[in-house]
Structures are given as structure tokens and as C-alpha cells.
Design a protein around this ligand. Structure first.
Ligand code: FVH
Length: 293
């Protein structure tokens, strides 16, 4: 049986992320072939033992598993389109950021050319690659993932989400929604407190406690969403909407931007107008589940 660190791997695309990916494979002992449009970006990796392939086609042929990580899907299709004969029989994992439709289209395109295709999303910055903190999501046929999981483990905490190739991209953007919503909410509060001379560092631990407390509500709220039933066990939406009005009024009174609370109050008001005022907050999923006005 092959030792897991003997498995050869190819990395195409040596931007900040691709260099980190290739570096992690090398560190774990995998024979690593690399290719990049600007060849000089491979120099450091070659010094560490990587093989620089002379062409994309040669890179694809170098081993059973290729990871590609470029700026966007258009670049991926352009680049691989010029060497698509070499895709036959290879496993291709695309860790480039994009949307779910691009992931599904690229999967179909690659599979038509005989590749075993997995899409992926990296929820980490380059310095975290190779540590357990680096969350790397994959979607597509599970046997393709399982066949290479021991190699992929060199990159961080790797997860398979399901057979639908679009899932990794969807989790990626869902994570972004969470990240920016939390950060923007924190900035709103920080701006409010600044008007009273409270600095950001003083408010940050309090804000963190609130965010962690809210996070504990998620499993129960998720159950309500999955059941499609929203009894007001803790607070009714109309009570929450009155608190939102306070936030807007206070922001305006002290000269702080109120666009964000106005946005979520408008959604709550629409749900209340539709008869959901006596239900609990996650009933707003119905507003989130349709196109905006
Ligand atoms: N860096 C990060 O923190 C994030 C974390 C989350 C996920 N991303 C995504 O990873 C993809 C690559 O990001 P990156 O940081 O490595 O980006 P760059 O350093 O700008 O490198 C881009 C590479 O793509 C190559 N490239 C672009 N267009 C083409 C093309 N038409 N043909 C061939 N290669 C192309 C570029 O080559 P070169 O400019 O060096 O010749 C770089 O290798 C991205 O989807 C992030 O969203 C990273």
C-alpha cells in the first residue's frame, strides 16, 4: 500500500494561495509538480523540492491529482481549455473562488473530458494553509474525495459537503454573509459608542459576548426554519421590530449611519405586514428566501 506522503500531486496556479497549497504538500512530503503562467513564482517552491512542469499539459500528466487555484473560473476554463486532452483520467480539484453555477458548469465541462472533478472553497488565508485552522470545503462525487482525502489532509481541515458540485461555493458565500453581517453589526455599535467617547477596544469584548450568545441561538432557530413553524418562545418579531426602531432613532440622533438597521427593519416590517408579527425572528427566512425589492 502506498504511504500517503508518497502520493504525487500537481498544483496549477501559484498566486499567494497556490504557493501556500504547494508548500503544504511539499512540507507533508508529497512529490509536488507545479505550474504557473508567470514561471518565476515557482522559484521558491522549486528550491524546496517541487518539479516545475514545462506546460499545463505536462503538469496535468504528472500525477493522478491536480489542484487548480487561479483568480477566477474564466481563467481556469481558458487555461485548461488549451490542454483539455490531458484531463482524461485525472482527478481535478478546483479551489478557485466562484459561484455555484460556475462550479456546476465547470464540473460538466471537465467530466465531458474524462476528468474526475471536485469543486472546492478555501475558507482560510494563505498563512493558515497546512494547519488545522484552514477549513477547505469540497463538493462533487464522494468517492473522488475519499480517494484523495489522505493527500488533501496536508492542506488543513478538509470536508466533503455533498455530491452537488455547487455546494462548496454556496457554503463559501454563506460564510461571507455571516462574516460581513457580524463585522458590520459590530461597526454600527462601535460607531454609536464612539459618540460617547467609548473606544473600539473597550466595546470589542462586550460585542464578542453578544455575538457568542447569539450564536448559541442558531441550532434552535434552525430547527424552527426546518420545521417551517415559528412559535414566539422568547420574543415576537413585532417586539424585535420596536427594538430596531430604537436602534435607528439612536443612530440618527447621534449622527451615526442608520442604513444597516433600516435595511433589516424594512424586512421585518414586510414580514409583520404579511401577518408574521407574532412569530419568532427566524420567520424572516421567508423574506430572505425571495428576491429583494
Ligand atoms: N488569498 C486569499 O486569502 C484567498 C482566501 C480565500 C480563497 N481565495 C481564492 O483563491 C484564488 C486565488 O487567490 P490568490 O490569493 O492566490 O490570488 P493571486 O495571488 O492574485 O493569484 C492568482 C493566480 O491566478 C493566475 N491567473 C490569473 N489569470 C490567469 C490566466 N488567464 N491564465 C493563467 N493563470 C492565471 C495567476 O497567474 P500569474 O498572474 O501569477 O501569472 C496567479 O497564479 C482566488 O479565486 C481567490 O478568491 C484566496
Amino acid at each position: 500500500m502506498t504511504n500517503k506522503t508518497d502520493t504525487p500531486v500537481t498544483v496549477i496556479g501559484l498566486g499567494l494561495m497556490g504557493q501556500a497549497l504547494a508548500g503544504a504538500f511539499l512540507k507533508a512530503g508529497h512529490p509536488t509538480t507545479v505550474w504557473n503562467r508567470t514561471a518565476a513564482k515557482a522559484d521558491q517552491l522549486v528550491d524546496q523540492g517541487a518539479q516545475l512542469a514545462p506546460s499545463v499539459g505536462d503538469a496535468l500528466k504528472a500525477g493522478p491529482l491536480t489542484i487548480i487555484c487561479l483568480t477566477d473560473y474564466q481563467a481556469v476554463r481558458e487555461l485548461l481549455g488549451a490542454a483539455d486532452a490531458e484531463l482524461d483520467g485525472t482527478t481535478l480539484i478546483n479551489l478557485t473562488s466562484g459561484d455555484s453555477a460556475q462550479a456546476r458548469e465547470t464540473a460538466q465541462w471537465a467530466e465531458q473530458r474524462g476528468a474526475h472533478y471536485l469543486d472546492g472553497a478555501i475558507m482560510a488565508v494563505p498563512p493558515a494553509i497546512g494547519t488545522a485552522e484552514a477549513m477547505i470545503l469540497h463538493s462533487g462525487p464522494k468517492p473522488y474525495f475519499e480517494a484523495h482525502k489522505s493527500t488533501l489532509d496536508a492542506l488543513g481541515t478538509v470536508t466533503h459537503l455533498g455530491a452537488d458540485h455547487g455546494l462548496a461555493s454556496l457554503y463559501d458565500v454563506a460564510g461571507l454573509a455571516m462574516m460581513w453581517s457580524v463585522l458590520n453589526a459590530w461597526l454600527q455599535g462601535t460607531a454609536l459608542l464612539k459618540t460617547a467617547g467609548v473606544d473600539a477596544a473597550t466595546y470589542a469584548p462586550f460585542a464578542r459576548q453578544i455575538a457568542e450568545g447569539v450564536a448559541t441561538w442558531l441550532p434552535g432557530y434552525a430547527e424552527q426554519i426546518d420545521r417551517g413553524s415559528f412559535p414566539a418562545e422568547v420574543s415576537a418579531l413585532e417586539t424585535d421590530a420596536r427594538a430596531m426602531a430604537h436602534l435607528i432613532e439612536e443612530s440618527e440622533a447621534v449622527g451615526v449611519n442608520a442604513e444597516l438597521p433600516k435595511l433589516f427593519k424594512a424586512m421585518a416590517d414586510r414580514a409583520i405586514a404579511a401577518g408574521h408579527g407574532g412569530e419568532q425572528y427566524p420567520v424572516l427566512i421567508e423574506e430572505f428566501g425571495k428576491p429583494g425589492t
